[in-house]
Design a protein around this ligand. Structure first.
Ligand code: SER
Length: 317
């Protein structure tokens, strides 16, 4: 039976992944670990919640032992723009946190899912149809921690046999919990603003193409990979996965189809624009397709329709 710990469970992905895992493996078998942000009522009421700071090795060990955890979905991390504001903290959380989780996994024989990101690439990477295995020289601390994390996970598998697996997520679009300071956040903000104010000021330039994915596909990717037959995996960690690729004007046009009064203008943030320009326009995710059957369900049109429908209910408008 699976006994799962989710770190970063109050974050954008964690808050939904925890519920998804609880529905799949039973509420009591999925422990939501969070640092200090209050969990939502749904998260708190549907199963165990524990304060876990992943930079504290003892804390990770204690919760793993207490619940006899066998699988850790390690989502606690700082996103790209926030990480640039405090690179030392980003290293501490993203790397020291990860190595603590890997150490505990080695000790207690746990499988580990760790997300990497489109941020693991940089300006010298081929940015069109970015290959699975290619140049990775990111120019951000977020990217440095993501590449290091990919390597660490490979290392713990090769050296200690820890069952580490992971994907390179693109920007994740969702309506439950907002993202916490990433470069791709505009693709979430646009929906909130379109519904509330019928207008949005975008912090990325026209023409800045990035890979994106709707949350249901991101959740499915994590669980499908963790349940995949290990003998079929050649890469294990850091699989490119994507569901759509668009620039700001592409999503603007899609929102306008549903909310015709919507308008968008631009006020470019140089930090996030620079980061976005160093990330892929679109990735080649054929390794994920071949090795564990990755197939996204939502394209730009389907995602936009569902986001607006769900957010209208959430925002009651
Ligand atoms: N969504 C993330 C960010 O923008 C990318 O992994 O930081």
């Amino acid at each position: 039976m699976k006994r799962i710990l989710v770190t970063g469970s109050v974050g954008q992905i964690g808050s939904e992944l925890t519920i998804y895992l609880r529905e799949r493996y039973g509420n009591d078998n999925v422990v939501a670990g969070g640092r200090k942000t209050e969990p939502s009522k749904e998260l708190r009421d549907s199963g165990p919640f524990e304060i876990v700071d992943c930079t504290d090795l003892e804390a990770v060990r204690k919760v793993t032992e207490k619940y006899q955890i066998d699988t850790i979905y390690h989502l606690a991390a700082l996103l790209s723009a926030v990480a640039e504001g405090n690179p030392q903290l980003a290293w501490n959380v993203n790397i020291n946190g990860l190595i603590n989780v890997l150490e505990v996994a080695r000790e207690y024989n746990c499988a580990v899912f760790t997300p990497s990101s489109i941020g693991a690439f940089g300006l010298t990477t081929p940015l069109d149809n970015t290959p699975q295995d290619t140049i990775q020289r990111p120019g951000t601390m977020y990217g440095v921690t993501k590449v290091s994390g990919e390597l660490l996970c490979d290392y713990y598998h090769q050296k200690y046999g820890v069952d580490t697996r992971g994907v390179r997520y693109p920007g994740i679009i969702s309506y439950v919990t907002p993202p916490g300071g990433g470069t791709t956040d505009y693709a979430v903000e646009i929906f909130y603003e379109a519904i509330k104010n019928k207008r949005y000021t975008c912090f990325l330039k026209k023409g800045t193409k990035l890979d994106m994915m709707y949350m249901p596909d991101a959740l499915k990717a994590a669980v499908d990979l963790m349940e995949a037959d290990a003998s079929k995996l050649k890469h294990r960690n850091a699989f490119n996965v994507t569901a759509m690729s668009f620039a700001p004007e592409g999503i603007e046009a899609e929102v306008k189809k549903i909310i015709p009064e919507f308008t968008m203008d631009y006020d470019v943030d140089p930090l996030r624009q620079g980061i976005a320009e160093s990330w892929p326009n679109y990735m080649d995710d054929s390794a994920a397709k071949e090795e564990w059957g990755w197939e996204p369900k939502y394209d730009l049109q389907e995602m936009s329709r569902d986001m607006i429908e769900k957010l209208r209910i959430k925002l009651k408008s």
